[in-house]
Design a protein around this ligand. Structure first.
Ligand SMILES: O=C[C@H](O)[C@H](O)COP(=O)(O)O
Ligand SMILES: C=C(OP(=O)(O)O)C(=O)O
Ligand SMILES: [Mn+2]
Length: 450
């Protein structure tokens, strides 16, 4: 990996385009010093790992595998603790076990983790009790605390983002390769879970079946290495272009540019302008990338994104992350899938059933209904089933903790419960029980869709 700035000129062409959702850094000199510091740091991921993920996503595009992508809406620096990271990973591993076993499909596991620190916002400001301040834009930009001082963008937060991502990824790598994620631990991941919860009980039964299958294979003399470690990839929205560009390096093997802050980065719904800075930057990196597509996306837009971001039509390069809303997905998605398929493109289609289903509860909390989330995934499966295309995965906002942020689920959370444990710094996440419930329901849908 080369860190030389002049050699990375292609990673800087975005500067000539309008960039939405970027912080107004008040001190340009401080920004330059912080960015220079980031440029001097080693990459967080290796280009070869990004290529491996691209291969996995090509399998998804061909209909041979399913993506589970999940984690916080907004990671926080305070949340970089062993417990929080372990709980998130455990939840994703449990969901993956359910999907792999009950859905009988290989699952590509991608965390919204180790870099999900920058947030696009609907409004630039936030008003409370008559006081208006700049909106919180994620821990990599400003503080969540509602004071004028905390809301000033500070570029050194991007340096802390790097270190927080590095510490998180280090622990994730230790867990996924060091024995914790060994499939033989399938029961252990459930040990601290509410044993009485419906999803906990259901998982316990599935874990016993997996355990029996592993015991059977071992008795037959088969004990594959693949069950001992887990392939796990990191991802975040590539929003803050100063950060993403500073972590963009030339791969010494191929001379290509890679974003080395995560294996997979995506373009958000609010920054997907065809002539904007985000499209320009993403067109220059070789990672597998995603783009969120909301209800205003036309079939021609989808084709234009493909031509711009995946001109070589390399399967696995571009993933469409559909986030339409439960009420509209059945109307809007078919035309996109039809057009892309008719043009001969092979992309991975995955469903984000969270961002089109957010609303304000009577208490003022941002929330989502579990049933709407489920219904959007159902709509996604229905559309793909009707068109004979592959429902390639789900993209979720979730946490491993017992928060009360989304309403509904097997362990019913009501509007009145939201204040009990609402901890998200941005959007409402499924808690562990809701996430597991969803995994079981999606596995059923997958099985009946194939
Ligand atoms: O996570 C996504 C966006 O940042 C979020 O949905 C925007 O939320 P807002 O409408 O509260 O700004
Ligand atoms: C900002 C997000 O989503 P979207 O761009 O789809 O609104 C997100 O994934 O947190
Ligand atoms: Mn979000």
């Amino acid at each position: 990996m080369d860190t030389n700035r002049t050699e990375n000129a292609a990673a800087e062409t975005w500067r000539a385009r309008p960039a939405k959702q970027q912080p107004q850094w008040p001190d340009p000199a401080a920004l330059q010093t912080a960015v220079a510091e980031l440029r001097s740091y080693p990459p967080l991921v290796f280009a070869g790992e990004c290529d491996l993920l691209k291969d996995r996503l090509a399998q998804v595009a061909r209909g041979e595998a399913f993506v589970l992508q999940g984690g916080d809406c907004a990671e926080t620096f305070e949340g970089v603790t062993a417990d929080a990271i372990r709980n998130k990973l455990k939840t994703l591993l449990q969901m993956a076990a359910v999907l792999t076993y009950a859905g009988s499909v290989p699952v590509v596991k991608i965390g919204r983790i180790a870099g999900q620190y920058g947030k696009p916002r609907s409004k630039d400001t936030e008003t409370r009790d008559g006081i208006t301040l700049p909106a919180y834009r994620g821990d990599s930009v400003n503080g969540f605390e509602f004071t004028a001082e905390s809301r000033v963008p500070d570029p050194w937060r991007m340096v802390r983002m790097y270190h927080s991502s590095s510490a998180t990824l280090n622990l994730v790598r230790a867990f996924t390769t060091g024995g914790y994620a060994d499939l033989h631990q399938v029961h252990a991941w459930n040990r601290d879970f509410v044993a009485s919860s419906p999803s906990g009980k259901r998982y316990e039964m599935l874990a016993s079946e997996i355990q029996r299958a592993l015991d059977f294979m071992r008795a037959c003399g088969v004990d594959p290495e693949e069950t001992r470690t887990v392939e796990f990839f990191s991802s975040h929205e590539g929003l803050l272009l100063e950060y993403e560009a500073a972590l963009t390096r030339t791969d010494s093997r191929t001379g290509s540019l890679y974003n080395t802050s995560a294996h997979f980065v995506w373009i958000g719904e609010r920054t997907r302008d065809l002539d904007g800075a985000h499209l320009e930057y993403f067109s220059k990196i070789s990672n597998p990338i995603g783009i969120k597509l909301g209800p205003s996306t036309t079939p021609d837009d989808a084709l234009a994104y493909l031509n711009r971001l995946s001109p070589q039509r390399e399967p696995g390069r571009l993933t469409f992350i559909i986030r339409m809303g439960a009420g509209v997905i059945r109307d809007k998605l078919p035309a996109l899938v039809e057009k892309v398929t008719a043009e001969g493109h092979q992309v991975a289609w995955i469903c984000d059933p969270m961002h089109g289903n957010t609303f304000e509860a009577p208490s003022g909390h941002k929330t989502r209904r579990f049933d709407d989330v489920l219904d959007e995934v159902k709509g996604f499966f229905e559309v793909h089933r009707a068109l004979g295309t592959h429902p390639g995965g789900i993209h979720m906002e979730l946490t491993g903790d017992d928060v009360t942020e989304c309403v509904g689920g097997g362990h019913e959370i009501a509007f009145g419960d939201l204040a009990t444990r609402y901890e998200s710094a941005c959007d409402p996440r499924l808690n562990r029980s809701q996430a597991l419930d969803l995994a079981f329901l999606v596995a059923e849908m997958y099985r009946s869709a194939v």
